[in-house]
Every structure is written in C-alpha cells, then in structure tokens.
Design a protein around this ligand. Structure first.
Ligand code: G
Ligand code: MN
Length: 230
C-alpha cells in the first residue's frame, strides 16, 4: 500500500498540447521514493507482480478521474501478469469501477522482456482490443522482437526507445533510426511517440521530422501531481 503512481505528460508534437499521461510506479520506503525497476523484478520473482500492476492502475485511475483528466492514460503492463486469467478479470473490473472509457486507456507492453508464451499474450491483447482498449509497444528498438510484435499484435502506438532519440541532433545514425521507425509505423497506420525528449532543440527537430507525440524531461518529469507543463 506504499505504492505511488507518478504521472508523466505526453505531448502532441504538431499541436503543442498535452494529450495524455504515462503512469509510472514508485514505492515509498523509509520516506524515500524508489523507482519501479528496482522492485518490479523482485515482485515478478515472488509472483505478486499482477497485484502490484492492478494496485497502481487502480490508484492512478482514481486520481485521474478525480482531477477531471480527459486525455489518454498510458499504463505499463508486465508480460508475466498478462498470462494470468485472474489479472484480466481484475483489470476490467478496475476500469469499469473508475468510469473511464476504455478508448482512453493505452496499455504499454515492453519488448525488453522476453515472453515465452506469445500465443497466450496475443489472446490477452486481442481481448483487450475487443473491449475497446488501445495498445502501445514500449521501448521499441531495444529488444529483438520489434518487428514480430508489430506484425502480430493490434498496435495503436509505437514508443521509440529513448536511447535512439537523445542524440538525433548529433548522430545521423540515430536520426535515421528514428526516421525509419516513424515511416514504418505510419505505413502501418500506427502513431509514434518519441521518448527521452530532454531539450527544446530535439523537440523542434522531431516536429520537423513529422513526429506525432513526445515524452521526456523537457516536456515534464514524472510527478505525483498531474501537471500541465507551461
Ligand atoms: O520503459 P519506460 O519507457 O516505461 O520507462 C520510463 C522511464 O524513463 C521512467 O522511469 C522515467 O522516469 C524515465 N524517463 C522519462 N523521461 C525521461 C527522459 O527524458 N530521460 C531519461 N533519461 N529518462 C526518462
Ligand atoms: Mn512505458
């Protein structure tokens, strides 16, 4: 119960407005706030990751509904949680209770983790899509299954791994990667989100390149409060 949802804004690059927030888990230990990656691994090992995921989603949706947020909500899902029947049921119940329409909820699946049972995952994701939820591939380019995921799952958004984005002004190689991920996505009718946008110059360049959305410290840091950046 010491789990705290943090919110990081996501900007529509071309329109210049915040259109959503990604929910990031933090945990409070002895008055200090820990990042999720430090405890997610432990939670996975001891088999309670689905309960952590559900709890943080529940807390985040409560806060967003109370604050009257009406854009997209991006939620991270652990691949290990997805294959549990119990998880799918709890997830639906939490969303129904929140009163937030599924169309505004985007589930992020990272391709960083290797997934053994792709067929089970595919069924879970197809069921979510059927219920009206949206789907994003997180950290695109960081793993080995990028293209497989895009081919196989009904994806709405592609989040470009931040490592490719930070240097686009100084590395023609990185810029080429970002440009081609964007072209591929657009050809497939998928919207693209650039992660780790840390300066105004990078944001300007992404706008010129035709990027759809951006997220990163320049736009806003993850925060306990839901803030619209100036
Ligand atoms: O895997 P995922 O993309 O969901 O991870 C998001 C993580 O990246 C969060 O822990 C968040 O704090 C961090 N993050 C968000 N924006 C930036 C940024 O601009 N630069 C860096 N280095 N990290 C960021
Ligand atoms: Mn994410």
């Amino acid at each position: 119960r010491r789990l705290i949802p943090f919110f990081q804004p996501i900007l529509d690059v071309q329109a210049g407005v915040v259109v959503g927030y990604e929910v990031l888990s933090r945990i409070e230990v002895d008055g200090e706030v820990m990042r999720a990656d430090e405890f997610v691994e432990i939670a996975e090992k001891i088999g309670v990751i689905h309960r952590l995921d559900c709890l943080v989603i529940e807390l985040a949706l409560q806060k967003l509904a109370a604050d009257g947020h009406d854009g997209y909500i991006f939620l991270n899902l652990s691949p290990r949680a997805m294959v549990l029947n119990e998880f799918a049921r709890s997830l639906r119940q939490i969303v129904v209770d929140s009163g937030i329409p599924p169309e505004r909820i985007v589930f992020e699946i990272t391709e960083r983790d290797t997934v053994k049972n792709l067929a089970l995952m595919e069924r879970f994701l197809n069921d979510l899509k059927f219920d009206g939820f949206k789907l994003a591939i997180d950290d695109f380019g960081s793993g080995f299954s990028s293209f497989h995921y895009l081919r196989r799952f009904p994806v709405d958004f592609l989040k470009v791994e931040g490592d490719f984005v930070v240097n686009i002004l100084h590395s023609t190689k990185d810029r080429a990667f970002v440009q081609s991920m964007q072209s591929l996505a657009h050809e497939l009718g998928i919207q693209v989100i650039a992660e780790f946008v840390e300066t105004g110059e990078v944001l300007d360049e992404l706008k010129r390149m035709g990027m759809d959305m951006a997220q990163g410290y320049y736009i806003g840091r993850p925060d306990r409060e839901i803030r619209k950046p100036a």
